[in-house]
Design a protein around this ligand. Structure first.
Ligand code: HEM
Length: 401
């Protein structure tokens, strides 16, 4: 179970915060259907397209890439939900969606502080008013997008997507417009920042590890070559790229040091401690990821730890606890349902990034500081700038083809 933060302030029922029960089960079923391994395989071409678009934005640039990664993950999740790519003419939609998603996070974070220090409720901080304004705007935008989906569907210009599934199952599942928009908002919230921030950590960390980059470049040159872009089908042949992603998820998990709190559903005993039902349990992911009995020098970034790991991230996350590669996606019934999509986005993003660029610290600029971060629901690196230097002549030709 979770606390009711977003429901109380935002009048919105985030799946991640909803208590275990029939409503959660129903919504989770829909998300599960939309994010299953099979569904994600059907999204592969679009993940490739959006990842290439991100590479275009980074071409020969010296920038903080977080904005470009956000645009890419938003593009993916928008198509997954509405069955149609965001077009250049949709720039305003992109801007508004990004703003609403990040604003809701801010309100949830601020409200968590108010929950912790209830006397703040007496101060005129205007959180409820701010939350209402955000949600009114956010709901009317998702409504507009759903209406547009229905029109596009009539014209046959959509592909199978979450909106289609929902439209067909609304009656049978007994869900109304409010539930539908909650779900869309939840998927945007769950799917945008986490994957984008992981790619941002990957970039910052790689900028500080040129030897790791060289090894990845060698793997890509040997297995993919320079005459074509890597694609999802290359994944099995790129163990070092996969190892980099896993090590970043262990080293800097985007959901941070502590996972969302869970709650015991019944009395339990753990190592002699009695845990009554309804106790909030905060799991120290950082301690698990930095356990020196499991990882040698856990404070070091070392992808070699995962070089021999052949199973997928979702398979490992569902395997025996002692053998899991990391805890970044949570565990048990509440484990992240977006894990298949995330794995595909992280693979394509990282493979393309390393195929295309050498990532260097800005000349005369400051190196990213990966030992500090911005805290919040998602733990993101402090703003940084790096240079994306094309590795060879084919980069421009192929990513702009
Ligand atoms: C690197 C990428 C991602 C990471 C690290 C991540 C991590 C997490 C974590 C730690 C949780 C809480 C699990 C728990 O309570 O044990 C969670 C929940 C959730 N995630 Fe993700 N996530 C990622 C990507 C995604 C994507 C791409 C989507 C969907 C489009 C998504 C949708 C959700 C949803 C809906 C929940 C709530 C599930 C529930 O409570 O039933 N996530 N995620």
């Amino acid at each position: 179970m979770r606390n009711d933060t977003s429901m109380r302030v935002l009048n919105f029922a985030a799946l991640a915060e909803y208590h275990l029960g029939d409503y959660w089960r129903k919504m989770r079923r829909i998300v599960h259907h939309a994010m299953s391994q099979r569904a994600v395989e059907s999204y592969t071409p679009l993940i490739e397209i959006e990842s290439i678009e991100t590479m275009r934005q980074l071409f020969d640039a010296t920038i903080d890439p977080e904005g470009s990664f956000h645009r890419g993950t938003l593009g993916v999740i928008h198509t997954v939900i509405y069955g149609k790519r965001l077009e250049t003419s949709d720039d305003l939609v992109v801007k508004d969606l990004l703003k609403y998603i990040l604003d809701t996070f801010q309100v949830i974070e601020a409200d968590a502080v108010v929950n912790l220090l209830p006397f703040l409720q007496c101060l005129p901080i205007g959180l409820d008013k701010k939350a209402k304004k955000i949600m009114d705007g956010y709901f009317s935008l998702t409504k507009k997008l759903f209406d547009k989906f229905k029109e596009d569907k009539k014209c046959g210009i959509t592909q199978p997507c979450v909106a289609e599934y929902i439209l067909e199952h609304m009656e049978e599942e007994g869900i109304d417009d409010f539930d539908v928009h909650n779900l869309f908002i939840d998927l945007f919230g769950g799917g945008l920042d986490t994957s984008a921030v992981t790619l941002s950590w990957i970039t910052a960390i790689l900028a500080l590890h040129p030897i790791v980059q060289e090894r990845a470049h060698a793997e890509l040159d040997a297995m993919v070559g320079r005459d074509r872009l890597p694609n999802q089908a290359d994944e099995a042949n790129l163990p070092f790229i996969r190892a980099i992603i896993r090590e970043v998820l262990r080293f800097r998990p985007p959901i941070g040091w502590l996972n969302f709190p869970h709650q015991s559903v019944q009395d339990d005993t753990y190592e002699g401690y009695h845990i009554p039902a309804d106790t909030s349990i905060v799991i120290n992911v950082h301690a698990m990821h930095m356990d020196s009995s499991r990882w040698t020098h856990p404070e070091r970034f070392d992808p070699d730890r995962y070089l021999d790991m052949t199973e997928s991230i979702p398979a490992s996350a569902n395997g025996p606890i002692a053998k899991r590669d990391n805890m970044a996606f949570g565990w048990g019934r509440r484990m992240c349902p977006g894990i298949f999509l995330a794995e595909a986005e992280l693979f394509m993003g990282t493979a393309l990034l390393l195929w295309s660029y050498r990532i260097e610290v800005e000349k005369g600029g400051k190196a990213p500081n990966i030992n500090e971060w911005q805290s919040g629901i998602v733990m993101r690196p402090k703003p940084y700038k790096v240079s994306f230097i094309p590795r060879h002549d084919k980069v421009k030709e192929l990513i702009f083809a």
